[in-house]
Ligand binder design. Sequence first.
Ligand code: FAD
Length: 398
Amino acid sequence: MFIATRVAGLEALDEFLPHAGSAYARDRNHDLGASRRAVSGLSPYLRHRLVTEREVVGAVLERHTLGAAEKFVQEVFWRTYWKGWLEQNPEVWRRYRRDVDRVADEGVPAGYDEAVAGRTGIDAMDAWVRELVDTGYLHNHARMWFASIWIFTLGLPWHLGADFFLRHLLDGDAASNTLSWRWVAGLQTAGKTYLATAENISRFTDGRFSPAGLATTARALDEEPLPPRTPVEPADVVGAPRSRVGLLLHDEDLEPESLLAERPGLVARVTATAVVADPGARSPREASAAVVSFTREAVDDAARRTPDSDGRPARTLPDAGSDTVVDWATSEGLDTVLSPYAPVGPAQERLATVRRALSAEGIDLVTVRRRWDGEAWPSASRGFFPFRGRIPELVRQL
Ligand SMILES: Cc1cc2nc3c(=O)[nH]c(=O)nc-3n(C[C@H](O)[C@H](O)[C@H](O)COP(=O)(O)OP(=O)(O)OC[C@H]3O[C@@H](n4cnc5c(N)ncnc54)[C@H](O)[C@@H]3O)c2cc1C
């Protein structure tokens, strides 16, 4: 259903454009099942930056005024906001990873296996499990209901639900996923939970589901206080020109043309390009076959779109290990590897290891952050509402 190419993403954008104004504001909360007409379905493309936030918002605003498309533009900025927030609170990701790792060692709690097999007896939950596993996608409202029922009706640990999503969603993303689950659980906005009700589910699924026996209260989870937030770290400064520069693309950003266009001086210096992804790093458990194949196709697509200065297609590296990256860099005789900045999450962890391994060979790793992220992330220091107030200004700037 989702074809992992930039062309397919741009076609999906084009098809959705007429609906991005008042129709989206009116209908977006309706989960109409597989037909999915009310929402864009762009998240797998945005997640991997096969298509960028800037071009989605740009195309929408060529067609609609900001007033008419305000809701849609705000939703795109939710992705940016979550990334910027997690960037300033990386401890949240570290704790999430630690908890998922620990449960993987200790075994899963009672009820988990039935829940992920779609055997809870709650018809809606069981159908959403099947939809998620079969398609790699769930409507936003279904994700909210699912997370709420998982936590408050089934009494399962939120981080295991988040892990299940991350392993199956084609758009599985460290920031949007972890922080949305925390929001439902009452951790993200401390004390404020999201309670799914049968009435709301029935109304917004056009009566397809009306589950009985759902929790009627949702007591917020609690946690150790978080350390003070850390300001967004500056991306690497691109230093003096060096002789042989390679570009290393990864699954957080597979659109190099617009990335390099922001730094025109760099393009001429790139002599080799490689693309790498590691969907397995999403979880200590296996990522779904659909996620693995979407990511692999997305990487191949980026490689085809990114010939180097001699016209050679980019190399697709067989794995994301440091040794593999170092072998590529040394075989190309590189002294600098440029890479899109990776936000907090598995790719950032991986790049930190790669940086050390390259450095041991005298090769610099330089990360390049898009203006979109650089301008917006620092404003994601508090709740979404103050951030939302900056959207018109950000749209003008970006
Ligand atoms: C529990 C839970 C887990 C989630 N996990 C993920 C995840 O792993 N990856 C992910 O990309 N999104 C996640 N979301 C956010 C949201 O559900 C999806 O981005 C959205 O459903 C994607 O469908 P769409 O492209 O048709 O959205 P549209 O409604 O067409 O929105 C357009 C774009 O805006 C962004 N967007 C919309 N809603 C949100 C939102 N609530 N938060 C962040 N960005 C948003 C997405 O980039 C999306 O493609 C999660 C939400 C919840 C409640």
